[in-house]
Design a protein around this ligand. Sequence first.
Ligand SMILES: Nc1ncnc2c1ncn2[C@@H]1O[C@H](COP(=O)(O)OP(=O)(O)OP(=O)(O)O)[C@@H](O)[C@H]1O
Length: 242
Amino acid sequence: MRSLETVELTKAFGGNLVLDKTTVSFQHGKVNALIGPNGSGKTTFFNCVTGLIRPDSGRISYAGADITRRSPHAIARAGLGRTFQLCRVFPRMTVLDNVLAATRPRGVNLLRGAGGRKETDRARGWLTKLGIEHLAHAEARNLSWGQQKLLELAGVLMSEPETVLLDEPAGGVNPALLDRIGALVRDLNAEGRTFVIVEHNMDLVMSISDHIVVFDRGRPIAEGPPSLIRTDERVLGAYLGA
Ligand SMILES: Nc1ncnc2c1ncn2[C@@H]1O[C@H](COP(=O)(O)OP(=O)(O)OP(=O)(O)O)[C@@H](O)[C@H]1O
């Protein structure tokens, strides 16, 4: 079953054609990875899919619905949640307040109306699941980079997304936390969540993914299970610059 798909998605910045008629689909209920060399368009792809930037042409659909021109909010409501490469948390707010604020529109009164008993319990539940409940009252800026990534993910999960897009979850994270992130993804997937993960750490990608799509210069050049991708000549060529 198809979850997220694009048809001839195209985006250029000035003369730089970053997504070049990209037609790709990710599998519902699976852990999908999107990999490719630096600058191959992975984050731009996420930005188009989540409505942060407008593609020049092409179509994006999610669970059968056309979401191409929808706002980031509408796309989140449709069930797509995402994290960012450079982690988005409020550094001077507590961990718990960050999670509560994550479900509010950005701007004024981030916490107004948040923090009712039920919401707070749910927020704590996610913090527990992600192993950072003991930090609930710490300011986010005092967390390690990896813990901040878990915090950002907790905020995303508050919206109960059906599909989670993770942008470099392992970037800058220490090895102990890396294992935890990998186990968490598998665990959340077993509960029914679909993942699409942009990641450079190949050990992590190969160990947690069911399906891998490889981009090179904004186009998918290979896709399949880890066993196939690992030995694909085109993939090796793209990474080695051949
Ligand atoms: N807002 C923007 N304005 C201009 N150029 C941009 C913008 N966003 C991305 N680019 C360019 O698009 C190209 C692809 O960048 P993108 O971040 O999508 O690649 P990536 O595959 O995610 O790379 P990395 O693995 O290094 O994060 C790069 O050449 C980048 O400079």
